[in-house]
Every structure is written in structure tokens, then in C-alpha cells.
Design a protein around this ligand. Structure first.
Ligand SMILES: [Zn+2]
Length: 118
């Protein structure tokens, strides 16, 4: 889903007005929201301290405004980001919600590690 290049920022863009720079025959630029970072503490034996980074981004070239994407990265510093469409994010959220509900509904007992935001 693309449409002709639009110079003004979408409402969610957190960059300063007029930030977008696209070269006529060169690379485009991104509208970007501020990163949301979910810090993940170390779990001994399972993972080191890390983070999940989430951002909204929209790639714009001189001729085309691409659809907004949600970028998800795993890593505390230089995250390896993957951008997903809004429909793909909806599918991911649904799958994660079902997976969490399935485990919680079938868990024989709650252990000390089985806590989280309530
Ligand atoms: Zn913008």
C-alpha cells in the first residue's frame, strides 16, 4: 500500500516538523516515533539482560509514501530491527495473547518465576 509522497508528518511522527529529507533520485527518509523500550532483566540460565525496542516508522521517497510499519528489535543497544505491517502486528499480538493464555490456563501451579505485571 503506497501513495504519492506526502511531505507533512503523520500525527504520530515524533520528529521535528520539516525533518523529512528525500533526494529526487536518491534514498528516502523515515517518519519515526520515539522508541519504546521494554527492559528485560537477566534470567539466569535463560537469557542475559536485554530489551525489546518498538517504534513506528514510515519510509518516504521522493515519489512514494509507503505504509506505516511497526519496527521491533531485540537488543539493549544496537537492536536488529524487523518492520511489520499493522496487520502483521495484529496477528502477532493475537498469537502472543493466545500463547500466554494457553500457558496460564494449563499451568499446574504458579512458580516464583511466574510473575509479571498484574
Ligand atoms: Zn515525520
Amino acid at each position: 500500500m503506497t501513495r504519492p509522497a506526502e511531505r507533512s508528518c503523520p500525527p504520530w511522527c515524533a520528529q521535528p516538523a520539516g525533518h523529512l529529507v528525500t533526494e529526487p533520485a536518491g534514498p528516502g527518509d523515515y517518519h519515526i516515533s520515539a522508541f519504546t523500550v521494554i527492559d528485560l532483566p537477566q534470567i539466569p540460565g535463560l537469557r542475559d539482560t536485554t530489551a525489546i525496542q518498538v517504534a513506528i516508522e514510515q519510509y518516504v521517497t521522493a515519489t512514494t509514501t509507503h505504509q506505516p510499519m511497526i519496527a521491533i528489535g531485540l537488543g539493549a543497544d544496537d537492536a536488529d530491527n524487523e518492520a511489520l505491517t499493522l496487520d502483521e502486528i495484529d496477528a502477532l499480538i493475537s498469537a502472543l495473547t493466545r500463547a500466554v493464555a494457553h500457558v496460564r490456563a494449563t499451568a499446574p501451579c504458579h512458580t516464583q518465576d511466574d510473575h509479571g505485571p498484574v
